[in-house]
Structures are given as C-alpha cells and as structure tokens.
Design a protein around this ligand. Structure first.
Ligand SMILES: NC(=O)c1ccc[n+]([C@@H]2O[C@H](COP(=O)([O-])OP(=O)(O)OC[C@H]3O[C@@H](n4cnc5c(N)ncnc54)[C@H](O)[C@@H]3O)[C@@H](O)[C@H]2O)c1
Length: 323
C-alpha cells in the first residue's frame, strides 16, 4: 500500500535523501520546511513526482502542521536547529525550534494518533567519555553558560517528551540518535567538519583542524542513515526505544583531514587552530565519540554499507559539483 509520510525538515540534508528513498519505494511524501538551513533546491530533482508535496512553513505554527499530521499515516520529525555553529549563532531561536516546535509536532501526533520517528543526536551524550556509547549510558552535559550544551539539552528534552507521550499510550514513538551523518547535499555552512575540510582542500585553502586533531569520531553515509530510519519505521517492536544510528570506523579529525587531502590530491596545508579562533573561549569538545550500534543491528539487521573512504569520495564528488 502507498504510505503517506509527513516529514518535517524534509528539504534538509537527511530529509531530502529520505524523501528520495520513500518516493523510489512508491510512497507519498508531504514536507513542511521553513528553509532556514535546508532548501527546496535539495528536492529539485524530485519535483516532477506527483507524490511529492512541499509546503513552505514552520513547525512553530500549528495550522499547517496539524493539517499534514492529520493527512498522513506516519510522521518523521527532522526539523531542528542543527549544527554547532548555527546553534551558537542563534541560541534562543534554536532552543525554541527544538523545544516548542517539537512540542507542536508531538501534540499533532497525539491529536491524530500518528506514529512518529524523532531525530535526536549523539550530542545528548555530552561529555560522556565512555566508548562505545550505549543508548542507556549517562548523558553528561556541560554548564548552562556554555551555549553548545543548549542543543544537547533541547534534544534530550525532546526525547523525554516523546517517550512520555509513548508511555502514556498516546502514539508510538521511535527515537534515532544520529552520529555525524554526512554525504551529498550537506552544507558546510553550519560547522559540519567533513564538507568544510573537503571545500578547503578543493579550493587549496588551509585545512583547519581544531585543537590538536586527536579527537575521534565516526561518520555515517546519509544513505545508511536513511536505511536505518526506514528499517526502524518498519519494526513495530522498535517503538518506545532509543537507537544509536552511526558508523563504526573511528577516525581522528587529523587523520580525516589527511584522508581528504589525499582523496582530493590537494596541496592544502593542514592547520591546527585553537577552538576559540572560531568558537567562544568556553567552547568544550569531546575527545572521543563512538556509538555502540548493536541495539539497532539486533532490532533491524542494519549494517552500514559505506566505509569511510567511500563516504569521503562521495562528499568530494558532491562538493566538486557544488563548487
Ligand atoms: N546531520 C547530522 O550529522 C545530524 C547529527 C545528529 C542529529 N541530526 C538531526 O537530524 C535532523 C536533520 O538534520 P540535517 O543534518 O538534515 O540538518 P538540516 O539543517 O539539513 O535539516 C533540518 C531541516 O529543518 C528545517 N527547519 C529548521 N527549523 C524549522 C522550522 N522551525 N520549521 C520547519 N522546518 C525547519 C531546515 O530548513 C532544514 O531543512 C535534525 O533533527 C538534527 O538534529 C543530524
């Protein structure tokens, strides 16, 4: 049967890839997006499809939100203030979007009893040093005077609210915590490390690595992230649970920069810069952030298909086209 999906933030990076995949599988997609960090251009190649319905508007307004939630079978909530740099530049608006906007989405799902996938983030683990991180590990957030923690805190509150609705039996909720998701169409403008390094390498600018570059991360190709979302949506037993969605290949940011330089045949120097050159003096970063994805694997059979080199090659090809 043709399922009608309502995607908030569907013109964004992950949203546009999810839309593409759902349309390819014969479903219908309704989008609500205010184009604050996303863009309708991300959907340009899909616009001839009669199954795509784009609506310009915000989750801060209830009318359209409720209408779309009422029309569709499943809601995927991706709209959020995203990216460390964006959140630091727009602190109040980011908190409002992530808390008040999400409350609106939850209330609309409640009203029409629609199942929901909620996008959360690895940021909720905060300064937790354990590796790999399991979904039930403690969230260790920094001081409220350090603005970056407002993103983690607002997303953690989203999780609490969503799980509370679920446990009251209001509607089924599944939560995915994304770890650095990357791939074609991701904007380098909001502090995302891989597209920024690739742009610097392709334009022969110094490739800036914060701190001493020894901090490690894993990266997930957006196609794998979309596969994980769809698998979770198709697993009724996943409802009421939180899942890490991330890659397993741990890499230091300095090594990542070297891999990018190699993949682009760039002559750019790699420049170590202190965090306070781009962020404020109180900026805090995590030395290591690696997910345990066994819960997702056990529930859905999910395995990432893209390794780090393929991910980098895809981002390089995309940024070459964009530049
Ligand atoms: N990309 C990642 O690495 C990553 C990591 C962790 C979590 N996430 C989460 O995944 C989701 C999607 O992120 P993304 O990487 O695709 O970012 P994105 O910025 O490309 O997508 C977010 C979309 O939401 C839209 N939006 C923002 N505020 C809105 C509002 N008030 N009303 C309607 N639309 C609004 C934006 O215009 C954009 O299209 C977010 O919830 C984000 O927190 C992403």
């Amino acid at each position: 049967m043709k399922t009608r999906y309502f995607i908030t933030g569907g013109a964004g990076f992950i949203g546009s890839h999810l839309t593409e995949s759902l349309l390819r599988h014969g479903h219908e997609v309704y989008i609500l997006d205010d184009e604050s960090t996303g863009s309708r251009r991300n959907l340009h190649h899909l616009e001839s499809s009669p199954s795509l319905h784009f609506n310009a508007g915000s989750i801060m307004e209830n009318t359209m939100l409720e209408k779309l939630a009422g029309t569709c079978h499943v809601v995927v909530h991706l709209a959020a203030a995203v990216g460390v740099k964006y959140v630091l530049d727009h602190p109040l608006q980011s908190i409002m979007t992530n808390v008040v906007g999400t409350e609106h989405v939850l209330r609309a799902c409640h009203k029409y009893e629609k199942p929901l996938f909620l996008a959360s983030t690895s940021e909720v683990y905060g300064l937790q040093t354990k590796a790999p991180l399991r979904e039930d590990d403690f969230c260790v957030l920094g001081a409220t005077s350090v603005s970056r923690w407002s993103y983690a805190c607002s997303k953690a509150l989203d999780e609490f609210m969503a799980l509370a609705f679920h446990h009251q039996g209001a509607f089924p909720v599944t939560i995915g915590r994304f770890f650095n998701t990357v791939g074609p169409r991701q904007s380098p403008a909001y502090g995302m490390v891989l597209p920024r390094l690739v742009d610097q390498a392709l334009t022969h600018q110094p490739m800036t690595v914060f701190g001493d570059g020894s901090q490690t991360r894993t990266f997930t190709h957006v196609a794998d992230a979309v596969d994980a979302i769809q698998r979770l949506l198709e697993s009724p037993s996943a409802a009421g649970e939180v899942y890490n969605i991330g890659g397993t290949q741990e890499v230091s940011i300095l090594s990542l920069a070297e891999m990018v330089r190699h993949a682009t045949h760039s002559r750019s120097p790699i420049q170590l810069v202190p965090y306070d050159q781009d962020y404020d003096r109180n900026f805090q970063d995590m030395p290591r952030r690696v997910p345990d994805v066994s819960k997702l694997n056990n529930a859905t059979g999910f395995e990432p298909k893209y390794d780090l080199m393929q991910i980098i090659d895809d981002v390089v090809a995309d940024r070459r086209r964009q530049l």
